[in-house]
Design a protein around this ligand. Structure first.
Ligand code: SAH
Length: 248
C-alpha cells in the first residue's frame, strides 16, 4: 500500500473540496480538532467528502471554539465505491455498531439490513448506522462513503438483487468445506459481489431455500464452529476480499 500517513487525523466534510477552499467547521468538529486533538493554527488534517478525493487542509483558528479549514493540496484522487453489498440481519445496538464498522473496514460499499424470521431488532436506526460507517471511513483511510440502505425483508432483497451478482451465502448449516475453494471456482466476477449473514438465531429452512435459489448463490461454510453474527461478518468478508475482492 502506498506510504500513507495513518497518524494524520481524517475528517469527513460534506462540502465541495478544491484548492484554497475554506471550510467552516461545526462546533463538534472544531471542538474535536482544537480541544481533543489540540491542533494549532496552521497545523494540518486530512479531509474528504466522498467525491473530490482527499485533501490536506490547514487549520485556521478563528477563536477558542471555532476554526476553519483551508484546502492546501490533494493527497489522494477519488476512488469508486466498492461494488460489495454486505447484507445482514440487524443485531442489537453495540453489536450492530461493531458489525457496521467492521463491514466498512473490510471494504463493504453497500450495507443492506435484511429482516429475517429470527432477526432480533426489526427497527433499524439508519442514522446511527450511517454515523458508524463514517467513523470507520475516517479511521481507516477509506475515501468513499458506504451506502446504508433501508431495511428490506429477505424476499424483497433477493428479488432486487441483480441476477448476475454473486451472492455469498454464509450458511451455518452448510457441511464444513473449504470456503476459499468454493469461492476460487468463481474466478474474477465483474458483476459485483454480495455477502449475506443471518441473525443470531440463524436462517430458517425456508429462508435457506430462498437464498440458495439465487442464480449465482455460493453457499459457504465458515468452519466447524458456530460464529456469532458479527464474528461471521469479519470472517466472511476476509475470505471474500482475499479470494474475489480487493485484497489481491
Ligand atoms: N443458529 C445458530 C447460528 C447463528 S450464527 C445460533 O443461533 O447459534 C449467525 C449467522 O452467522 C448465521 O446465520 C450465518 O450466516 C453465520 N455463521 C455463523 N457460523 C457459521 C458457520 N460455521 N458457517 C457459515 N455461516 C456461519
Amino acid at each position: 500500500m502506498a506510504a500513507y500517513d495513518f497518524n494524520a487525523p481524517r475528517l469527513f466534510v460534506s462540502v465541495p473540496l478544491q484548492k484554497n477552499a475554506r471550510i467552516a467547521l461545526d462546533r463538534g468538529q472544531a471542538n474535536y480538532l482544537l480541544n481533543v486533538l489540540r491542533l494549532r493554527d496552521g497545523e494540518s488534517v486530512l479531509i474528504f467528502n466522498g467525491q473530490d478525493g482527499e485533501w490536506r487542509a490547514e487549520v485556521s483558528v478563528e477563536g477558542r471554539k471555532s476554526a476553519d479549514l483551508v484546502c492546501a493540496e490533494q493527497t489522494r484522487a477519488q476512488t469508486t465505491r466498492p461494488d460489495l453489498i454486505y447484507a445482514f440481519a440487524p443485531l442489537k445496538h453495540a453489536r450492530l455498531d461493531y458489525m457496521v464498522q467492521k463491514a466498512v473496514e473490510m471494504g463493504a460499499g453497500i450495507l443492506q439490513p435484511v429482516i429475517t424470521r429470527r432477526t432480533q431488532s426489526t427497527r433499524v436506526n439508519l442514522e446511527r448506522m450511517r454515523s458508524n460507517a463514517v467513523e470507520a471511513v475516517e479511521q481507516c483511510g477509506i475515501l468513499t462513503i458506504p451506502e446504508v440502505r433501508e431495511e428490506e425483508n429477505l424476499k424483497r432483497f433477493l428479488n432486487a438483487l441483480e441476477k448476475d451478482r454473486v451472492l455469498v451465502f454464509c450458511d451455518e448449516n452448510a457441511p464444513v468445506s473449504n470456503p476459499v475453494e468454493a469461492l476460487a471456482k468463481l474466478g474474477n466476477n465483474p458483476a459485483g459481489l454480495a455477502v449475506i449473514v443471518g441473525p443470531e438465531g440463524g436462517f430458517t429452512d425456508q429462508e435457506r431455500a430462498l437464498v440458495a435459489a439465487h442464480e449465482r448463490c455460493v453457499c459457504v461454510s465458515l468452519g466447524p464452529r458456530i460464529l456469532r453474527a458479527d464474528t461471521a461478518a469479519v470472517a466472511a468478508l476476509a475470505i471474500v476480499q482475499s479470494v474475489l475482492g480487493d485484497w489481491h
